[in-house]
Design a protein around this ligand. Structure first.
Ligand code: AMP
Ligand code: ZN
Length: 114
């Protein structure tokens, strides 16, 4: 755990979050400022600051983020209507929290990416 990391604190239970799923490797919780009717963040329990920090040994973990998103999309009932998965990296990618996370967004018509 990185002590000054917001999402590590959520993983540790030190900061409350609306957790919708968790297992040995990942935690998923509702975004505090939702941009769509369904807006969930899926994060690894392990601290990795940016996508640039992923290593080849993280291959299963990276895949697990996607498969968790797939499962949650199905549970939220947005698998057939459609959804978007986004991971932002560094400043120009729009990353604001430096613990990697996958956004799962759906429940409305999403427009083109900015
Ligand atoms: P990004 O801009 O890709 O780094 O996304 C960070 C996301 O974290 C934003 O959508 C924020 O609304 C969300 N966020 C920030 N703090 C919290 C929190 N305490 N609980 C849930 N989501 C948060
Ligand atoms: Zn962290």
């Amino acid at each position: 755990m990185t002590t000054d990391c917001l999402f590590c604190k959520i993983v540790a239970g030190d900061i409350p979050a609306d957790i919708v799923y968790q297992d040995e490797h990942v935690v998923a919780f509702r975004d505090i400022s939702p941009q769509a009717p369904t807006h969930i963040l899926i994060i690894p329990r392990k601290h990795v600051s940016t996508i640039n920090g992923l290593e080849s040994t993280d291959q299963l973990l990276a895949g697990h983020l996607v498969l968790t998103a797939q499962k949650l999309a199905r549970e939220q009932g947005i698998d057939e209507s459609g959804f978007r998965l986004v991971m932002n990296c560094n400043q120009e990618g729009g990353q604001t929290v430096y613990h990697i996370h996958m956004h799962l967004m759906g429940g409305r018509q999403l427009t083109v990416l900015g």
